[in-house]
Design a protein around this ligand. Structure first.
Ligand SMILES: [Zn+2]
Length: 341
């Protein structure tokens, strides 16, 4: 510390001290302030205002840590973590989606709020705002982050399936439309509590046979991109839950075959498709690693496998990222200013 800076800090300290003495004459300030020189103990009015402002700031020192990647990729989810000793809640807004999270006790002490946030597969590269309202110790703090979306390119894949899954008959078309409405309604209701933990548990031991995001061509006709991760497994292989959650759909659907949907809370869902047998029912609560069903070849498939999907706030994201993500690996977000309201 340079001498000038030392003097400035010392003077500021004296001013705060003197102001406190003026405000609180009954707290024995006179005795402890005995070694303050008369010139320093008699601040001018403008110095008093500065001291008052410094004293106000000193009353509230938010110790808020925000952890979030500065760069993300289309088709992937990322973790936002906010913690502080007195965190109450965060309200966030990201790419037109809103989420409110009530803080819960953190393992290392204090309180935390953790969110998974999605980047749409078709999201264009560029800077996107992530706006946070942090309620901490009864105060509202506005924090506006900027996240860079960089482009990830996904490959193309040609597949051969039964013609009825490409050229749908009228009843099949009606059925699939009704089912997609039903699925949309299921995904629209999200539990306000977080049951999920990262990284997700691998639901079957088999290796990857088809990646998320692949642009698919069925029997020569382009269809929507592959919104899941295909994992190898023989018929009858047990499929377990990636994370704790509630079974919100367990049924046979046209494209997915026998499928289980889990609601993990805070907008995070996983789906397990093409099962030969479902071993849970709607309303059940499962823990990470609990049996959900068996690998099969029901619905639109080329053979037995598990198609694992994940959606976050209604957007499909790459499940592989959730199998790999460890929130402790993400460095704290560095930019942004904290404004106390
Ligand atoms: Zn698949």
């Amino acid at each position: 510390m340079t001498e000038t800076r030392f003097h400035r800090h010392f003077l500021l300290f004296i001013m705060i001290f003197a102001y406190a003495c003026l405000l609180l004459p009954t707290l024995g300030c006179a005795q402890s302030g005995g070694d303050v020189s008369p010139t320093q103990a008699a601040p001018q009015p403008e110095s008093m205002a500065q001291a008052a402002s410094a004293a106000r700031t000193a009353q509230y020192q938010p110790e808020i840590n925000i952890t979030c990647p500065a760069d993300v990729l289309n088709g992937q989810a990322f973790v936002l973590k906010v913690n502080s000793p007195h965190l109450e809640r965060i309200d966030l807004s990201w790419t037109g989606k809103q989420l409110s999270i009530t803080a819960t006790p953190a393992a290392g002490g204090g309180m935390e709020a953790i969110a998974l946030l999605p980047v749409d597969l078709n999201s264009k590269p560029g800077l996107k705002p992530l706006d946070l309202t942090i309620v901490d110790n009864g105060r509202k703090i506005q924090e506006n982050l900027t996240i860079r979306v960089s482009e990830k390119r996904y490959p193309r894949q040609e597949l051969k399936v039964e013609p009825k899954f490409v050229q749908l008959s009228k009843p099949d078309l009606e059925r699939s439309r009704a089912e997609s409405k039903r699925v949309k309604a299921v995904l629209a209701k999200c539990s306000p509590e977080r049951y999920w933990q990262l990284p997700f548990v691998r639901p079957v031991p088999g290796s990857v046979s088809s990646l998320f995001g692949v642009a698919r061509v069925f029997n020569g006709e382009p269809r929507s991109a592959h919104k899941g991760l295909d994992l190898r497994g023989a018929t009858g292989t047990p499929i377990v839950a990636c994370a704790a959650g509630r079974v919100v759909l367990a049924d046979n659907l046209f494209f997915s075959g026998n499928v289980v949907y889990l609601d993990h809370g805070l907008g995070v869902f996983t789906m397990y498709c093409h099962m030969s047998e479902i071993k849970v029912k709607e309303g059940d609560f499962v823990n990470a690693g609990d049996l959900l069903g068996l690998v099969g070849a029901t619905g639109r498939v080329t053979g037995p496998h598990l198609h694992l999907s994940a959606t976050v706030l209604g957007t499909s994201v790459d499940p592989q990222v959730l199998l790999d993500l460890n929130p402790n690996d993400i460095p704290p977000y560095a930019a942004g200013n904290i404004n106390v309201n």
